[in-house]
Design a protein around this ligand. Structure first.
Ligand code: ADP
Length: 165
């Protein structure tokens, strides 16, 4: 069985992530969406909520598991979970420049390959950070996130932004 991992902080998960995860599910028997937590990072949503949003959104797709990545190296996680490929979406050449050394390091550490999928043109500009900023200022992000995420983003908007919707 070929098992892949889509790692990320998913703070929150958005349609660009979902599109890449769905394509990965078409290429592998099982895809783990591994939700990471880095103590140096400040998250908008806690780990449980980030996992809930991913689970709610991916419930209809077969062969997908959502779980915490835990602490430590991704290469070690892949070894522990029997993962043969890391799947990453690429939005730009800067994504590639950032990802390439990590892909090489992960292969040298544990033999795991990294598979890059070009981001879908419609979602190529999306990042969790940009979506949070736009939502915070009352912008309409409903084309970019699933419903369960939209509800949570709206729940956290400023009163001024909420009164406009
Ligand atoms: P990070 O782990 O850097 O916080 P994210 O959780 O935002 O990253 O994203 C996890 C992964 O999802 C990224 O490494 C990238 O492979 C992919 N990704 C992010 N945004 C997009 C997008 N708009 N289109 C396709 N793939 C994306």
């Amino acid at each position: 069985m070929r098992r892949a991992v889509c790692p990320g902080s998913f703070d929150p998960i958005h349609n660009g992530h979902l599109e890449v995860i769905a394509r990965a599910a078409g290429l592998f028997d099982e895809v783990i969406v591994a939700v990471s937590t880095n103590i140096a990072k400040k998250y908008r949503f806690g780990l449980d909520e980030r996992m809930d949003m991913a689970r709610e959104t991916l419930a209809s797709l077969r062969g997908i598991i959502v779980e915490p990545m835990g602490e430590g190296l991704l290469a070690e996680y892949c070894r522990r979970r029997g993962v043969s490929a890391i799947v990453k979406g690429l939005r730009s050449s800067s994504d590639f420049d950032y990802e390439l050394p990590m892909a090489t390091m992960n292969r040298q550490l544990s033999g795991v390959e990294t598979v890059f999928l070009p981001a879908e043109a419609h979602y190529v500009h999306l990042s969790s950070t940009l979506i949070k900023e736009v939502a915070q200022l009352g912008g309409d992000v409903s084309d970019f996130v699933p419903r369960s995420v939209l509800k949570r983003l709206q729940a956290g908007e400023s009163p001024a932004a909420q009164s406009r919707s």
